[in-house]
Write a protein that binds this ligand. Structure first.
Ligand code: ADP
Ligand code: MG
Length: 498
């Protein structure tokens, strides 16, 4: 039963969507994959292309060790097999920005094999299997100078190291595809092998999309090239899916093709019919020996790697007792994770810290469109508020008011130790009249007055109407000017009325 409803959920007009991704992550090396030229972005055209990149006769490629290390790091991060021996191949095609007439890539034996990327789609856990990740060089760029009606070639990008990461066709919708891409982006930036700058093309995705009737064989796919924003990715896939379904419903077969997404029209358009592997006449590159990676090298790289988001998330569950969902959210970036850890350690209330960060802090970050690194409220400051709430020295309401004042800068705090921050906060609480009502005698007096004045609510509650209690609590909170502890009020009322 459950399976049936789940399947229904992901069908679009009676079709199942199937998506596989090929992602090009530009590796963060200083120099190119087979030459010493710089990979820095944005230089004057052709100032960063050396003889190797220009494909001058007599030049030979030399493998960049840093690029290989980054491929190993990636493989370790996603649980892949690192091939002890992999092969570089020539992928032959003719294009003006490819002076050699072939691209050096890996074909039959890639350096990274298998593995998987795991993430949450809403609160559902997903796993997308990777087929492979291989090293290759980027091509140059054609610059269409419309004002002179000519096209120039810039070879600065030629030879830039890329890791092409290929998935199985495991994704079943545009939202899942985007969630995968975001997770992959998180992984490569987290481990530092790619700067992840999508505008500059450091992380570009090709989405292979097909549709089929549930249970049928895989449909013919069309490949949407070079998606360089998550927003366009979603739009492009949604458009493509609708287009394919319409074609099929109209009785047309889908032809395998490479398509481009036009953000201005929101449409995808065929660029060329897709080549098959055979068209590229792949063969092993005689200029490069096999890439050999020893166990020792892999272990060295493993030893130097930072804690991965997945591992960190598991640790948060284990050490802080957080739900898996919280742990995943808090490990979206290194900065977010360390903000959480600092808060949790200082206030010793990990779940409260998580609630605050995923709630109030995230809401503020979103509204101001800033990164957690730029948060105006420090982790320690937040910890002070949480600790006070937990100790009953501040009510949730009051904590939220102070948090807002700190965030907007209407109250500023001088950075210092937890104790120093706590003392300053104490002064603000005093000044703003936010001290909770701690005098139980005074509270009891209010409770008695409210009970006496609300015989009807009291009778209703005693007759079993729970809602009537809320009305009483509300009145007491009002009478205390919001300074009573709602939980304490609740307990007191119950004991008096039972
Ligand atoms: P090629 O080598 O021709 O590019 P691959 O077999 O390497 O083809 O597949 C490329 C990508 O397309 C992979 O990510 C794969 O998961 C995906 N893919 C393959 N078949 C389909 C399909 N029918 N629908 C959607 N994606 C597919
Ligand atoms: Mg391919």
């Amino acid at each position: 039963m459950n399976n049936v409803t789940q399947e229904k959920k992901i069908l679009v007009m009676g079709y199942e969507v199937v998506i596989g991704f090929e992602t090009h992550a530009q590796l963060s090396t200083q120099s190119k994959i087979f030459s010493r030229a710089s990979t820095a972005f944005g230089a004057e055209p052709n100032t960063q292309a050396c003889a190797v990149d220009l494909a001058l006769p007599g030049t030979l490629p030399v493998m960049n060790k840093g690029a290989v290390e980054r491929a190993i790091q990636f493989g370790l991060a996603v649980g892949s097999h690192i091939a002890p021996k992999s092969i570089f191949a020539r992928k032959n095609y003719f294009y003006p920005d490819l002076p050699k007439g072939y691209q050096i890539s890996q074909f039959e034996i890639p350096v990274v094999q298998g593995g998987s990327v795991e993430f949450f789609l809403g609160d559902e856990k997903k796993s997308v299997r990777l087929v492979r990740a291989h090293l290759e060089e980027d091509a140059g760029k054609s610059l269409h100078e419309d004002f002179v009606g000519q096209t120039g070639i810039d070879l600065n990008r030629a030879g830039t190291p890329l890791l092409e990461i290929v998935t199985e066709p495991d994704m079943r919708g545009s939202s899942e595809a985007v969630a995968y891409a975001k997770e992959l982006h998180k992984i490569v930036t987290w481990i530092g092998i790619c700067d992840g700058n999508m505008q500059e093309g450091s992380f570009r995705c090709d989405a292979n999309v097909s549709v089929r009737k549930p249970g049928g064989p895989l449909g013919t796919r069309r490949e949407i090239k070079n998606l360089n924003s998550f927003k366009f990715m979603q739009q492009a896939i949604d458009y493509e899916v609708r287009w394919q379904i319409e074609q099929i419903e109209d009785g047309h077969a889908i032809e395998q093709a490479t398509v481009l997404f036009n953000p201005d029209t929101g449409e995808t358009r065929a660029m060329r019919t897709k080549e098959d592997a055979a068209d590229y006449r792949y063969f092993p590159d005689p200029d490069l020996p096999p890439l050999c990676i020893s166990e020792q090298w892999i272990e060295d790289v493993r030893g130097r790697m930072t804690e991965l988001p997945r591992v960190m998330s598991e640790r948060f569950v284990r050490d802080y007792g957080l739900p898996e969902y919280d742990a995943t959210q808090l490990t979206q970036s290194k900065a977010m994770a360390s903000y959480f850890e600092e808060t949790a350690k200082a206030c010793r209330q990990p779940k409260l810290a998580s609630n605050w960060i995923m709630g109030e802090v995230a809401r503020r970050l979103n509204a101001d469109n800033i990164d957690i690194k730029a948060a105006p409220v420090s982790a320690l400051q937040l910890a002070v508020l949480i600790k006070r709430v937990f100790d009953g020295k501040l009510l949730n309401n009051g904590a939220r008011q102070l948090f807002d004042m700190f965030w907007t800068g209407s109250k500023t705090i001088v950075a210092g130790s937890f104790e120093a921050l706590d003392q300053q906060t104490e002064a603000f609480i005093e000044a703003e009249g936010l001290r909770p009502m701690n005098d139980s005698g005074a509270l009891e007096a209010i409770v008695d007055t409210v009970i006496a004045a609300n015989a009807k609510n009291v009778a209703e509650f005693q007759a079993g109407n729970e809602k009537a209690l809320n009305a009483l609590v509300g009145q007491i909170m009002k009478a205390s000017k919001g300074k009573a502890n709602p939980q304490q009020v609740n307990d007191l009322l119950r004991s008096k009325l039972s």
